[in-house]
Design a protein. Structure first.
Length: 189
């Protein structure tokens, strides 16, 4: 059993005996109302998609899934092909199946991912918690603007834009937290 606040992309729930993949999960807490989790779900058997809101304390049945290590092999249009690291089996996923991690996937990445299977069928891919990416464009730091934590936009090689610290420059490798897309620091690789 999972509660509403524990939902995250890649989690599979059993709703009316059908497996539903959580593609997006956004936690919201306002001052007056109770905490809620806005989710985007996809039925793994029919492909039907829906958006649902759960209370943070709602109890939900989760499904235990098989997981294998995989790496990105190649990208062809909206199809992403991953390869099992042990037996070299190839698996394909569409961009809509990996919507939550899509901003961090790029051609030639070497990150070892977790391929998630439901009844021997690949349903999603989870990236490591921390990944390193190269900054391809960012503005120069504004001189004298050093009070507090100063952030600026930076663009990665796949076009994703994130907020980075003011001291980051073009062609630097940075670490990114894939759970929330936040900048963690300069990469030590």
């Amino acid at each position: 059993m999972k509660t509403g606040k524990e939902l995250k992309p890649g989690t599979v729930l059993r709703i009316d005996n059908d497996p539903w993949l959580v593609q997006k999960a956004e936690f919201t807490k306002s001052g007056r109302n109770s905490a809620i989790m806005k989710t985007k779900l996809k039925n793994l058997l029919t492909g039907y998609k829906t958006e649902t809101v759960y209370g943070a304390d709602d109890k939900l049945d989760d499904v235990i899934l098989d997981r294998k290590e995989a790496t990105l092999s190649f990208i062809s249009g909206d199809t992403f092909t991953f390869m099992d690291t042990t037996d070299y089996t190839m698996y394909e996923l569409n961009a809509e199946d990996i919507e939550a991690v899509l901003p961090y996937i790029e051609e030639g990445m070497t990150d070892v991912c977790e391929a998630v299977f439901f009844e021997d069928r690949l349903v999603s891919v989870e990236l490591p918690t921390t990944i390193s990416r190269k900054v391809t464009y960012t503005e120069n730091a504004a001189r004298g603007d050093t009070s507090g934590k100063v952030m600026k936009p930076a663009k990665l090689s796949n076009g994703t834009e994130i907020q980075v610290a003011d001291f980051i420059e073009i062609d630097e490798m940075i670490d990114i937290d894939t759970r929330d897309g936040s900048f963690k620091g300069r990469s030590k690789k």
